[in-house]
Design a protein around this ligand. Structure first.
Ligand code: IMP
Length: 176
């Protein structure tokens, strides 16, 4: 691959992503057999992960999305806003939140508080990446694709100022 000015290095290749997403799909399918889970994708970072994960889910399920906003550039603002809410009620449903990355945990902390009042039967988190060293809130994802260091990553749905979401791999962003 030619050198890319925005890329420090590739962290997780397309092949590694596909293999791990396949495993996660099998694990979640086994855990939710007979339960018809609702997968809630958190836009926009989840898009590629969500689509690939769903292709590996073998139980009947439904899909819905939320759009939350908390980041500007390479830093979490700590202020989370709901830009788009769920279309359907989650009362009595087994909810799996699908998120690109848990960093400070502030976004998911806000979301969990918000969803717990809506009467779901259960709520679990599935994140592609976990950056535990940067945590500021108590959030414990049940399903984690990869644990990463405290570096800013891009690709496979993750952006820097809305760019690079389309990269098929996860890379470390090179600051200019
Ligand atoms: P948190 O609230 O700090 O856990 O951050 C959650 C959101 O910040 C994620 O859903 C991402 O959209 C964004 N984010 C956190 N770390 C990164 C990163 O390394 N690259 C791109 N986006 C990130």
């Amino acid at each position: 691959m030619p050198e890319q000015p925005f890329l420090e290095r590739i962290l997780i290749s397309e092949e590694q992503l596909a293999a791990r997403v396949h495993e996660l799909g099998r694990q979640i399918s086994a855990d939710y057999r007979g339960k018809q889970p609702l997968f809630v994708g958190i836009l926009r970072g989840c898009i590629l992960f969500y689509a690939d994960l769903m292709k590996n889910i073998s139980v009947d399920c439904t899909m819905d999305f939320m759009c939350l906003s908390s980041y500007a550039g390479t830093g979490s603002t700590g202020h989370v806003r709901t830009m788009l809410d769920l279309r359907e009620s989650i009362k009595g449903r087994h909810v799996v939140i699908v998120e690109d990355i848990v960093d400070t945990g502030l976004t998911l902390d806000y979301l969990m508080q918000h969803l717990k009042d809506r009467g779901a039967a259960s709520i679990e988190i599935c994140c592609l990446l976990d950056k535990p060293s940067n945590r500021k809130a108590e959030v414990h994802p049940k399903y984690v694709g990869f644990t990463v260091e405290n570096e800013f990553v891009i690709g496979y749905g993750l952006d820097y100022n809305e760019l690079y979401r389309n990269l098929p791999y996860i890379g470390v962003f090179k600051k200019q």
